[in-house]
Design a protein around this ligand. Sequence first.
Ligand SMILES: C[S@@+](CC[C@H](N)C(=O)[O-])C[C@H]1O[C@@H](n2cnc3c(N)ncnc32)[C@H](O)[C@@H]1O
Length: 244
Amino acid sequence: MKISILSIFPEMFEGFLTTSIIKKAILQDLAEVEIVDFRLFTKDKHNRVDAPPYGGGHGLVLLYQPIIDALKSIKTKDSYVVMMGPAGNTYDQNKVKSFSQIQHLILICGHYEGYDERILNHVDEVISIGDYILTGGELAAMVVTDSIIRLLPGVIREESHQYESFENNLLEHAQYTKPRKIDGFSVPEVLLSGHHKNIDTYRSESSIEKTFKYRKELLEKAKLSPEQEAIFKTLKANKNKEDL
Ligand SMILES: C[S@@+](CC[C@H](N)C(=O)[O-])C[C@H]1O[C@@H](n2cnc3c(N)ncnc32)[C@H](O)[C@@H]1O
């Protein structure tokens, strides 16, 4: 899969692309990431990529011409074009999965006060990473790129995805590592027992409990086994008693 990112701040991506799992995925040719500086495409004699908004107002708006010329220089019939923007569809794990199937994803990073709305005539979808305002689309593009690359085949072990949060609308079970006891806090005994069936049961229960505690609304959409359903019912009953 190839991801092309259109930005006027290519230096923001240096650390991101040369660290940890993303770096390895690129070096192993499991993913290709290209940063396209659309300032190089401007026809403005002062090299500008922005201008004040028509109608007045604060700040600067990104020009149509440099972004669209940059886009045209890289777009193919397999490309899917996404504008990063707070007005877009909220990014979630289902979107990560569908984006990871695309051959060529193009992410456009807005900046300053935003971009000329006419750019959206060349865009397939606008994506927001949450209800808050970032300085620019660069961090949002990194979030999208990171979450997709770790799903690509060979990047991390397939089994790692199996119990990850948001699989089947559940959060991942609690995790513990060395030492067995610290500051009076112990690891649950069952995890030290070596009894795989009991460990699986503990993890399944822990996943339901954590989802109930932090993201109760997800549980309503999850496909639960009869055992998990029973735990969910008990948690709900206990909560109702507490609330009385
Ligand atoms: C300062 S913001 C512009 C915000 C715009 N004036 C508004 O009120 O909607 C600059 C750019 O950052 C990016 N951006 C900001 N917040 C974002 C978010 N939550 N998700 C995705 N991109 C975002 C967009 O590309 C946006 O054009």
